[in-house]
Design a protein around this ligand. Sequence first.
Ligand code: PRT
Ligand code: ZN
Length: 286
Amino acid sequence: MENILRIAVQKSGRLSDDSLSLIKECGIKFYNGTGKLKSSATNFPLEFLFLRDDDIPGYVADGVADLGIVGENELVEKNKDVVVLKKLGFSKCRLSLAIPKSETYTGLSFFQGKNIATSYPKILGDYLKEKAIQADIHEISGSVEIAPSIGLAEAICDIVSSGSTLMMNGLKEVEEIFRSEAALIGHPLMNQQKKHLVEKLLFRMNAVQKGKSSKYVLLNAPNHALDKIVSLIPGMRSPTILPLAQEGWSSVHSVLSEEQFWENIEELRAAGAEGILVVPIEKMIL
Ligand code: PRT
Ligand code: ZN
């Protein structure tokens, strides 16, 4: 048992698909039939617990699971003794204060003495305390956005992503109080074998993440422009340059971040680059 890592992932919801895809992209194979609460990987010592996201920080803090994938909003709200091993870059959202559209927003003092409905009483409470605003926090577990229209609260503090839920409920976002993304969390104490397995897993996750943010770029360039082009796409160590069958031309291969590629595309073309191909990278190890 000691040599198996247990990871808690959300059973079904906004974190589930990306959490499981990331683990699959790490080359780990497993079966997750619907309705299953537990599963094991077949080619890595990893066992899955499928849980509600609210329970994940607690299970990891108690050591029932060694690892977990959860939104930072849930993590900070639950305030459990766990460590963040890696931010994962998906399920990004923000926790914001919102008020009825018809109200005029006067700044944070608007909330003084108001009743605010939220599922995040700790994060909101800490924020209001820091800003020296006294308000009544009304904790509700779901459908927070309807609270103002049914007279339960004068404002809300809830997760926002596109903003369309707020809009549909006649609300407007006025303050962002917390930014969140999914994170890999771990129990603060693990034995050496488990630590070693966590390092293996993190190594793979880093390779996947690095690969996703980078592209393999191939292009053709006249030889006289090579110096300029190489300076625009420097690559990991330096680009590969191969002669084309047509004299005076070369093929240049390099790896760069997608942003870097788009920033330099005009200059590359102006320098004479043509036949530019941008190819995804599955894994990247530096
Ligand atoms: O059943 P379980 O407890 O496991 O799931 P859950 O219903 O508590 O959570 P779930 O699956 O909805 O969300 C899991 C995590 O995804 C959250 O803790 C956040 O970290 C993250 N996340 C990202 C979001 C959103 N985007 C999101 N848009 N969580 C919730 N929402 C909801 C929000 O509550 C609001 O109702 O979507 C609505 C707002 O979306 P927009 O696009 O209309 O602004
Ligand atoms: Zn939940």
